[in-house]
Write a protein that binds this ligand. Structure first.
Ligand code: GLC
Length: 629
């Protein structure tokens, strides 16, 4: 048998460092064991003249951990078992988990209890059975949560020994990794929130500061440089040999601004999420020194300048190309998609809160405030539909030329799709997906609607109405796994034209009406903000029935979300983190304040002033904050 040398240098304060020569099995087992218990030590795999050697070297942890993570998943249960014991799960819980009762079977426990309380009332009996069932349920839940935490920690990527993010997916069976081994900015947000809520702030701080360095990176695509201030879609930590040293390596960060991404899409949402996360970090950790740093203030301003730059656009909404957000391939969402507008609004509010007076010029603040007012007016008024508004569109006059036009965007009533007549509940409403001249995209996009609630882009009434709609259309939007990314799917000729016959985006799959468990966390924030947590609780219960059993898929297919997605990755980090964030927030609802933007009274005032100062705009008597279309 070949001799293997394993030198393990465990930097964790809790685990004693050890060195030694091991067999292949024992070396790998030791490392795996270490990787489950200690989440700090740096290590790497290198090939030398004697064969494969396992080394632990500073600065290379990310690469090594991914490989070990894969090994661990392949050999699953017994190692997880060991790890959980280390993390303190009780023997009783372990017994429930493995479904191998060692002593009295659970049913036996119930029946002996039944005998004992024979003389008691039926109500007591039901209560007793209920208690056992409740206990079982909470054990099941905590087992799922434990697994999720282990998986989340296994997805951590290290840069120069420091945790810096989480990889998109850790699927051991995936034949082509594509870019799922990278840290995506948008994917890391739920991971970051989970770590913040656990009091683990370092990884989030490192992420914020290192991605900031990437913002000013040299970026070009075919000799063209995208705008200054753009944040990458994703980045990778590469471990490269150090010149002149056989064994030493160094880590480099390798960002992708869309120039290598499928379809070369621009990650417009990255910078907006970055600002939202920066505020959440400050609010949660209490460490405001990060947002006050000069380089961070400059980073915020660069993103704002890019977003607030003048263009040819007539609308206050942000004009973007297709695939510039979570839906990062062609799906007919170019123009002014709701998701981008909600994130934009949220980021503007967060930035305004964080900009220090000495760093923010009066002009920038003015531009920011003007945009906030115009944007909220535009979305609340023109994107909103409910039964009443739909009926109004149905009876629209067209071809109106004047400042007083009611049908400003020249929408032809025939555009109202037949599915919408069925879909629109009598109580409830939502913000449409997109608005362009003579075009309303009536599809329901979950993230845009949910984040409009979270950011207060939607009015209070609208926010409640969106949640009413989610409740009324539970079978369509939640079904067997929360939450549909959009509803309904594009089919037939429409699918051919709009997606370009994209085989990954076939009807009710992936971005085209697929169901994405990660959306659970944003839904939870919105429900808690509106004081309706029971909606999120119900959605979490639906997810809990299968998400862990199905190995944490990226997305689900079919109208009812019955199948794991055709090309879905398993062990998708943001599915795991999204679930954890939902659980953490439901257990501690006040923590949602780190993400929520409350309705700003100054903004509402400015809004009213703007309306009364502009003779071309007249207020209509429809509730408090509604205006002529
Ligand atoms: C897919 C998703 C995108 C996500 C990426 C990594 O491309 O569409 O939103 O960021 O996978 O998980």
């Amino acid at each position: 048998m070949a001799t293997w040398e394993a030198v393990l240098q465990v930097l964790s304060g809790s685990s004693p460092p050890f060195n030694g020569v091991f067999s292949v099995d024992s070396a790998l087992k030791s490392i795996r064991h270490t990787s489950l218990v200690c989440h700090k030590g740096p290590s790497t795999l290198r090939r030398s003249k004697n064969g494969l050697r396992v080394f632990a070297l500073e600065g290379t942890k990310g690469v090594f951990r991914s490989k070990i993570g894969v090994k661990r998943l392949e050999s699953a249960i017994c190692e997880c078992h060991g790890a959980r014991n280390i993390s303190g799960i009780s023997a009783e819980e372990e017994e429930y988990r493995t479904h191998r009762p060692k002593s009295v079977p659970l049913n036996g426990a119930i029946s002996s209890r039944v005998e004992e309380i024979d003389s008691e009332s039926n109500a007591n009996l039901a209560a007793a059975a209920g208690t056992v069932e409740d206990r079982l349920q909470s054990v099941r839940e905590s087992v799922i949560e434990d697994e999720a935490w282990n998986l989340l920690r296994d997805s951590i990527v290290y840069y120069c020994n420091n945790p810096i993010g989480t990889i998109a997916a850790n699927d051991p069976n995936s034949t082509s990794v594509l870019n799922y081994d990278q840290v995506f900015i948008r994917d890391f947000i739920p991971s970051a929130i989970a770590f913040l809520l656990k009091g683990e702030y370092d990884i989030v701080k490192n992420f914020i500061l290192h991605t900031l360095q990437l913002q000013s990176w040299e970026k070009t695509m075919d000799c063209h440089s995208p705008g200054q201030g753009l944040m990458p879609a994703s980045f990778k930590v590469r471990t490269v040999p150090l010149d002149g040293d056989d064994f030493a390596t160094e880590d480099v960060l390798d960002p992708d601004f869309g120039e290598a991404a499928i379809g070369r899409v621009a990650p417009v949402d990255s910078g907006l999420w970055w600002i939202i996360l920066l505020r959440a970090y400050g609010k949660c950790s209490g460490d405001l020194s990060v947002q006050e740093r000069v380089d961070v203030q400059t980073g915020i301003k660069m993103i704002l300048k890019l977003c607030l730059a003048d263009g040819f656009d007539m609308f206050p909404t942000l004009l973007v190309t297709d695939g510039s957000c979570m839906i990062d391939r062609r799906m007919g969402i170019h123009g002014h998609p709701l998701e981008i507008q909600a994130l934009f609004y949220s980021a503007l509010l967060c930035a305004r809160e964080m900009l220090t007076p000495e760093d923010a010029s009066a002009d920038l603040i003015q531009a920011l405030n003007n945009r906030l007012v115009a944007l909220s007016f535009h979305i609340r008024e023109y994107y909103w539909i409910d039964m009443r508004k739909l009926n109004e569109i149905y009876r629209y006059n067209t071809e109106e030329y004047s400042y007083e036009a009611v049908n400003k965007f020249n929408i032809y009533p025939d555009q109202i799709p037949s599915w919408l007549v069925e879909f629109m509940p009598s109580k409830g409403g939502y913000l449409i997906g997109n608005l362009q001249p003579a075009h309303m995209d009536f599809r329901f996009f979950s993230l845009g609607n949910i984040w409009s609630i979270v950011s207060s882009l939607a009015t209070l009434d609208q926010s409640h109405a969106i949640l009413d709609l989610i409740e009324a259309k539970w079978t369509e939007l939640v079904a067997e796994m929360p939450l549909k990314i959009c509803y309904p799917a594009l089919e037939g000729q429409e699918w051919r034209i709009i997606t370009g016959s994209d085989p990954k985006n076939t009807a009710w799959s992936y971005h085209n009406g697929g169901s994405w468990p990660t959306l659970l966390w944003q839904l939870t924030v919105a429900c808690i903000k509106m004081n309706r947590p029971e909606i999120a609780l119900n959605a979490v219960k639906v997810a809990e029935k299968r998400i862990a059993r199905d190995k944490w898929p990226e997305y689900y297919d079919t109208k009812q979300a019955r199948f794991v997605g055709k090309q879905a990755r398993l062990f998708q980090t943001w599915s795991i983190a999204g679930y954890l964030v939902s659980k953490l927030l439901l257990a501690n609802p006040s923590a949602t304040k780190i993400l929520v933007n409350e309705e700003d009274s100054e903004l509402v005032n400015a809004f009213s002033c703007m309306i009364s100062a502009n003779p071309r705009r007249k207020r209509r008597a429809w509730k408090k904050q509604s205006f002529i279309v």
